[in-house]
Design a protein around this ligand. Structure first.
Ligand SMILES: Cc1ncc(COP(=O)(O)O)c(C=O)c1O
Length: 400
């Protein structure tokens, strides 16, 4: 029996593929500090659980395919906080931001088409784009420039007759970069000149630190029709398992075409939609508190990493990730070794190898991504262990 070429071309998640090794290490009694995955450890607001009770039916029914009105109104109101004028009718509810990206790509790309993405990027984008038999064309960014965008000329040089969109996550997973207004405007100019969509993945919108502020391309009058917003409650409200996200677009034709996909998969989870509708009643202080927690953790992690000899990192401006260059030969080999052959007093760390966030051959080899979804005390300890591990790894000259 044959397997499709499409699925064969896809990769296993570079973040999740080390899980069996971690399970084995845990079975041996080793404590693992999980710095590999973006699963918030912060308690989901009560409003979400209270909202479950707003579902009064005795049968767990399908909802309508575009999402329940209450939820689309909630999101529309929430966008106003960001001066983003998006009507409930311009929103389609999806199973998380993931389905929102999949539906977007399937709606705008034909086989052979290309999507420009700043690299390193959220690695699942690669699978989402491959689902449409299309490919990512990476635009390189570097740790030395804080992963900010290269010149307009460099980005334009990647455009071909097959290019359909520019896709980016802002604030960025995996780098923590927050694009400036000038960068968003530059992407907008390129999109206008070459008639491209801008897919703005804003699932970390709430988390920007210090002087950086979040800018959505939909705020610019000239970009409104070509911007597609991806959003989700997963990170903003620590509700990853709810699987509630959205696509927002002011392009009515695109929205109507995308509705076909929504109808084909019938609906997003009904009860979770009711629960998420009540998130509008979450106090602003919840988000402020969460943001302060991430900022403080970011500081602890960044300082700890700066004290490790040979480490290069850039202070993240947002989200809850940091992308780091280590004084090692191979991040993938190192990440495995941490789980299979290393522990310090019965403890180790789990990290995400950098290579999986790149498409370009040879990039990201000695880089890793860390998340700060554990508390500060644990972060301090995890970074101490990482420091010890790097030294031991290099001393042993580990080979596989
Ligand atoms: C940049 C980015 N976009 C989208 C997603 C998808 O999130 P979800 O499907 O849980 O909304 C993630 C999850 O980590 C992400 O980091």
């Amino acid at each position: 029996m044959k397997i499709s070429k499409r699925i064969e071309k896809m990769n296993f998640s570079s973040i999740r593929k080390l899980t069996p090794l971690a399970d084995e290490a845990r079975r041996k009694g080793i404590k693992i500090y999980p710095l590999n995955i973006g699963q918030p450890d912060i308690v989901t607001p009560d409003t979400f659980f209270q909202g479950v009770n707003n579902y009064k039916e005795k049968i767990v029914k399908y909802s309508n395919s575009e999402g329940i009105t209450e939820l689309r109104e909630t999101f529309s109101k929430n966008f106003r906080k960001w001066n983003m004028d998006i009507l409930p009718d311009e929103i389609l509810i999806t199973a998380g931001g993931s389905e929102a990206v999949i539906f977007t790509i399937l709606s705008i790309c034909d086989p052979g088409d290309e999507v420009i993405v700043p690299e390193p990027y959220y690695s699942n984008y690669d699978s989402f784009v491959k689902m449409a038999d299309s490919s990512i064309v990476p635009v390189h960014t570097s740790i030395e420039d804080g992963f900010h965008l290269p010149s307009k000329e460099e980005i334009v040089s990647k455009i071909t007759s097959k290019t359909k969109a520019i896709l980016f996550s802002n604030p960025s997973n995996p780098t923590g970069t927050v694009y400036t207004e000038a960068e968003i405007k530059m992407l907008g100019e390129i999109a206008e000149e070459y008639d491209l969509y801008i897919i703005s993945d804003e699932v970390y919108r709430e988390f920007t630190f210090e002087n950086t502020s979040f800018i959505s391309p939909i705020k610019f009058e000239n970009l409104r029709k070509r911007t597609i917003i991806i959003d989700s409650i997963s990170k903003h409200y620590s509700a990853c398992g709810a699987r509630i996200g959205l696509v927002a677009t002011k392009n009515e034709d695109l929205k109507m075409q995308m509705l076909k996909l929504c109808q084909a998969r019938l609906c997003a989870s009904t009860i979770e939609q009711y629960a998420a509708s009540n998130l509008i009643n979450t106090l602003e202080s919840y988000i402020e508190k969460v943001k302060a927690i991430y900022k403080s953790r970011r500081d602890v992690m960044y300082e700890g990493l700066c004290n490790i000899e040979g480490v290069t990192c850039f202070k993240p401006e947002g989200s809850f990730y940091i992308f780091v260059k280590l004084p090692i030969d191979d991040g993938e080999k190192f990440s495995r070794w941490l789980l299979t052959d290393f522990n310090h007093d019965g403890e180790t760390v789990m990290v995400a190898p950098g290579k999986g966030f790149y498409q370009s051959e040879g990039r990201g080899i000695n880089e890793i991504r860390l998340s700060y979804c554990i508390d500060e005390k644990e972060i301090k300890r995890a970074i101490e262990i990482l420091n010890i591990a790097i030294k031991e790894y290099n001393k042993l000259n580990v080979k596989y």
